[in-house]
Design a protein around this ligand. Structure first.
Ligand SMILES: N[C@@H](CCC(=O)N[C@@H](CS)C(=O)NCC(=O)O)C(=O)O
Length: 313
């Protein structure tokens, strides 16, 4: 992480923990919104992402669904975190970040704030003219893309329609602690009690979601919303990464017929399939040395829905 703008080499996946060994996630430091989408477009908008990362993938999927692929360029880091954090490079699907002539994501943070203290996380929404971070919180980036950039969308999709906003917020809340962040709570727990709590919450939530999708097509309402994106990015990583590495292994998503069906339906949409890179996800998670010192990437599992992905399985 960065301390007063200087890279501190010791990287620990457990950012912070409470007295009971529960993992605590850092809150995001850059939280600006976009008032003038045309001016922002003129300045140039860029999204820095990792395909391994569920939070970054939220933003990638929204960018595709909302028709923002031309307006917002993308730079991709390599899947494995280095001693200097996320790095641009040659791994298939990653980019070299020639545009910015930066090698590491932490350089983007110090370009924005030379005294920055904190972790250098992705996703980042970047202003190319000012060379600074607009926002590094995926929940905000979803809303910036959907609401702030609406005048420049090449699509009629609305991922946060006014009539469903309360329901969407409630759905998002119901899956954040139990599932989106819950898998990390299990994986980075430092006590048996913290792990047990996280696993119980995860599988209780998956049970409720299985019931939900036995009668519903979407997370909320009758159309795709940002809640589907937020759920998808965790479900798609579950069997290939969390089940093994984070020990969330009471069941796989493949063991839930309705959740599997839901995943398949979403994967048939280009925006979901093309932003899912199983090679990055597996290599990335299994390179977390603190959890997997040998960094060996397992061969399996091999799942039916891999056929729906175009590359990088
Ligand atoms: N709250 C942030 C979380 C982003 C986040 O934790 N990203 C992880 C990758 S999945 C990261 O960049 N970690 C690097 C680190 O912790 O040093 C968001 O949702 O945008």
């Amino acid at each position: 992480m960065l301390v007063n703008g200087v890279w501190e080499r010791k990287w620990d996946p457990v950012q912070k923990q409470d007295k009971k060994g529960r993992f605590i996630r850092q809150s995001s430091a850059f939280t600006k919104r976009i008032d003038d989408p045309h001016a922002a477009l003129e300045d140039g908008l860029r999204l820095y992402v990792a395909y391994i990362c569920p939070w970054a993938t939220r933003a990638l999927i929204a960018r595709s669904l909302l028709g923002l692929e031309e307006a917002v360029s993308v730079e991709v880091v390599e899947p494995a975190l280095t001693d200097f954090g996320w790095r641009f490079g040659d791994f298939p699907g990653a980019t070299n970040s020639q545009v910015q002539s930066v090698e590491f994501v932490h350089q983007l943070y110090t370009m924005t704030d030379p005294e920055y203290t904190g972790r250098a996380t992705v996703p980042i929404l970047w202003n190319c003219k000012n060379n600074n971070i607009i926002n590094n919180e995926s929940a905000d980036i979803l809303r910036i893309f959907n609401d702030d950039l609406r005048p420049i969308h090449q699509s009629l999709v609305n991922l946060y329609p006014p009539a469903l906003q309360n329901e969407i917020d409630m759905f998002n809340d119901s899956i954040y602690n139990s599932l989106n962040n819950g898998v990390y709570q299990a994986g980075f727990a430092s006590t048996q009690q913290a792990y047990n709590e996280a696993v119980t919450a995860i599988f209780s939530r998956l049970g409720k979601l299985e019931e939900h999708f036995s009668v519903n097509q979407y997370a909320v309402g009758q159309k795709l919303t940002e809640s589907d994106i937020r759920l998808f990015v965790t479900l798609i990583r579950f069997d290939v990464a969390y089940h093994g590495l984070f020990k969330t292994n009471l069941k796989r998503i493949a063991d839930y017929p309705y959740l599997s069906g839901y995943l398949l339906r979403l994967l048939k949409l280009d925006a979901f399939a093309k932003n899912t890179r199983i090679d990055h996800i597996k290599t990335g998670y299994y390179s977390i040395k603190a959890l997997n010192p040998s960094m060996i990437v397992p061969a399996g599992p091999i799942l039916g829905w891999f056929d729906l992905l175009q590359e990088g399985v």
